[in-house]
Design a protein around this ligand. Structure first.
Ligand code: HEC
Length: 151
């Protein structure tokens, strides 16, 4: 019966459409940072798209050099995370009200137990960094966050 079949197809299309609308309406929007398509991701791929500020403050620029030397091997260039390795720090989870500067200091000094993701724990950073150097790294991450609507 041809007519019946057409109706069934129409109904299926309508259901898919409704499901899509529902999903796009209720999918979490939490962060202004766009999460990249994960299905085609390979280990080491950036996890978020980070918009770079036109200019960094002098202290944040110093922080970037420490970050690139010590943190980027895990957290990725521009703190965009690396699939399968470590999370993006330019992410709503790490906004100042949820992970204040003290949490960053503790993570660098003492490491961080796995809790938000499934990358495993962060070990204490082996390189000796002074409090001032860590503060500049934090400022660098904050300036990246701010440019990406995380504050
Ligand atoms: C060897 C890899 C590695 C290196 C190097 C590394 N991290 Fe991490 N870091 C991780 C992983 C993995 C996590 C995620 C832990 C979790 O599940 O929440 C993490 C989490 C964090 C957190 C969140 C802590 C919390 O309280 O949730 C901060 C902040 C952080 N890292 C900052 C840094 C900074 C700054 C540096 C450089 C000085 C750095 N990390 C270097 C792997 C690393």
């Amino acid at each position: 019966m041809k007519v019946k079949k057409t109706w069934r197809i129409l109904l299926a299309v309508a259901c898919l459409g409704a499901a899509f609308l529902l999903f796009s309406r209720f999918a979490p929007v939490g962060s202004a940072v766009q999460t990249l398509e994960t299905t085609s991701m390979k280990t080491g791929d950036a996890m978020v798209e980070v918009r770079l500020p036109a200019a960094l403050s002098a202290k944040a620029a110093a922080g970037k050099t420490y970050f690139d030397a010590v943190c980027a091997s895990c957290h990725g260039a521009n703190a965009a995370g690396q699939d399968g390795i470590a999370p993006p720090l330019v992410h709503k989870i790490y906004e100042p009200s949820h992970h204040g500067d003290a949490a960053f200091l503790v993570a660098v000094r003492d490491g961080a137990r796995q809790h938000h993701w499934s990358f495993g724990s962060m070990l204490p950073v082996e390189q000796k960094l002074t409090d001032g150097e860590i503060a500049s790294i934090i400022l660098y991450v904050r300036e990246l966050q701010r440019e990406n609507g995380i504050m």
